[in-house]
Design a protein around this ligand. Structure first.
Ligand code: AMP
Length: 191
């Protein structure tokens, strides 16, 4: 198996780049944000709970998110590898992921972190809010809360993977294809 994590603050382009990477490297995409949104649409119990956090720009509690990821991975035993987009977002999620993967006799191979200036992120998110109707992309206050969550809870994970020599920081500004090429270079270097 070959497993990749893509980090980046909201609006960094994780979803766009993951869609391109999973084709090239034949990976299964796990976007926890997408799974939450499809549960919200289906009005499941998980969706109703998740919505109360997502609409405020807060993280969904770890135990809920981790259980969801565990279920997702269990139902894809034939996957050649995964691209984790938006997970893990806290140190305890990172530790839980290590345990889950080690029970599947696999591990994280490469960690990518997209770096984009904050003004550019706000611009991209407000534009996406208009196009997609995502509630959490429409208010600047919610967007700022999400940056706060990223800086406080998710950023420390970068050091966690840096210590394991798995992290590549990638410049996330410019054309989509240019950024994709930088990500592929980073993956191929570690593979
Ligand atoms: P995303 O689509 O990755 O930007 O996620 C949208 C929202 O879903 C986030 O702002 C969080 O409220 C929630 N979410 C997604 N992934 C996670 C996670 N790993 N842990 C906690 N909350 C998450």
């Amino acid at each position: 198996m070959f497993n990749v994590i893509i980090f980046g603050p909201p609006g960094a382009g994780k979803g766009t780049q993951s869609a391109m990477l999973l084709e090239k490297y034949e990976l299964v995409h796990l976007s926890t944000g997408d799974v939450f949104r499809s549960n919200i649409k289906g009005e499941t119990e998980l969706g109703i709970l998740a919505k109360s956090y997502i609409d405020k720009g807060q993280l969904v509690p770890d135990e809920v998110t981790i259980a969801m990821v565990e279920d997702f991975l269990k139902t894809r035993p034939d996957a050649k590898g995964f691209i984790f987009d938006g997970f893990p977002r806290t140190i305890s999620q990172g530790e839980a992921l290590d345990t889950i993967l080690s029970n599947l006799n696999t591990t994280i191979d490469t960690v990518l972190a997209l770096e984009v200036e904050e003004d550019e992120l706000v611009k991209r998110l407000l534009e996406r809010g208009k196009q997609s109707g995502r509630v959490d992309d429409q208010s600047e206050e919610t967007i700022r809360n999400r940056f706060g969550e990223y800086n406080n809870k998710t950023e420390p994970l970068l050091a966690y993977y840096e210590k394991q020599d798995k992290l590549s920081r990638v410049h996330g500004m410019g054309q989509i294809d240019e950024i994709f090429a930088r990500l592929c270079e980073a993956i191929d270097k570690k593979a």
